[in-house]
Design a protein around this ligand. Structure first.
Ligand SMILES: [Cu+2]
Length: 291
């Protein structure tokens, strides 16, 4: 079993959907045991995980120093087409700081308050001070035509005095949150015991050959593609995958097999596959543009 732990090397962007053949010969003398190749490319995973990590590190900060009202700043990520962030704050003054990590203009409005931020372009940041908010649920959306309908709508929860806020927020802010240690313990246990959880899709299936040629060569098809992958119930992230699953499929071979792997690249940038654990001809080593 081999886990490839190197960053993918991006070569010149290939023409989309043009399969390239990567024949690999398994020599008889190789000491590979049952000759497993685990096509588990951590580099590609890492790219997907960056998206995941960026979703979970949104922090909120609350401070009530020098003022009788808690002041909370919530960080919000805008992109096509979602609004992400822990939008929970105690009653008090709330400011939204929006970062646009997408590729088109967005904005943020709060329906109940009748306010809408200026548009913010790709890579930009904009603030929207909402003033003092009473406890309740507020609808937050992007007002650019079609964006709300495409998914850019979520809710902002303002909690009342003594209600506390969910553990996710408590971990980020130390002031203005009324949660005792027992409640914090309980929230922590609850969040951990929720796993393992049932999610859509199963990763790491065994990949069957697409065809076996008359000479015995086993042909496998791998498609590099971006899919929405459920990482916890109801929470989807953009994942860079082989064949739409995380972790990628595994290829199980017998010693002495001849195999051919056809790679279709549906990613927005170039890719190649670098094999560990098997001897490959140098010109098929998968480090474009060198080999
Ligand atoms: Cu938008």
């Amino acid at each position: 079993m081999t886990i490839i732990d190197e960053q993918p090397v991006s070569g010149p962007a290939p023409a989309p959907r043009r399969p390239s053949s990567v024949p690999v010969r398994m020599e008889k003398g190789e000491t590979l045991g049952t000759a497993w190749i685990l096509a588990f490319v951590l580099g590609a995973m890492a790219i997907g995980m960056i998206g995941f990590v960026s979703l979970i590190i949104f922090a909120s900060s609350t401070s009530d120093s020098g003022s009788s009202v808690p002041q909370t700043t919530l960080e919000v990520n805008l992109r096509e087409f979602s609004i992400d962030g822990d939008l929970v704050a105690p009653a008090g003054e709330v400011t939204l700081v929006m970062e646009n990590t997408g590729s088109m203009d967005h904005n943020l409005g709060v329906r109940e308050l009748g306010v809408i931020s200026p548009n913010v372009g790709p890579g930009g940041t904009v603030q929207l001070a909402l003033g003092e908010l009473a406890p309740g649920t507020y609808e937050v959306f992007c007002s650019i035509a079609g964006h709300e309908a495409s998914g850019m709508v979520t809710s902002l929860t303002v909690t009342g005095e003594g209600e506390g806020t969910p553990a996710a927020s408590a971990a980020g802010g130390h002031g203005g949150i009324d949660m005792d240690f027992a409640a914090m313990d309980a929230a922590m246990m609850e969040s951990m015991l929720a796993f393992p959880a049932e999610t859509e899709g199963k990763g790491n299936p065994i990949l069957e050959p697409t065809e076996v040629r008359p000479d015995g060569t086993k042909v496998f098809d791998l498609t590099a593609e971006i899919v929405d992958w459920e990482v916890e119930p109801g929470k989807f992230v953009e994942a860079w995958t082989y064949n739409g699953v995380v972790p990628a499929p595994q290829i199980v071979l017998d010693r002495g097999d001849d195999i051919e792997v056809r790679v279709v690249n549906n990613l927005p940038l170039g890719t190649d596959i670098h094999w560990h654990g098997v001897h490959t001809p140098n010109d098929q080593d998968g480090v474009a543009p060198y080999t």
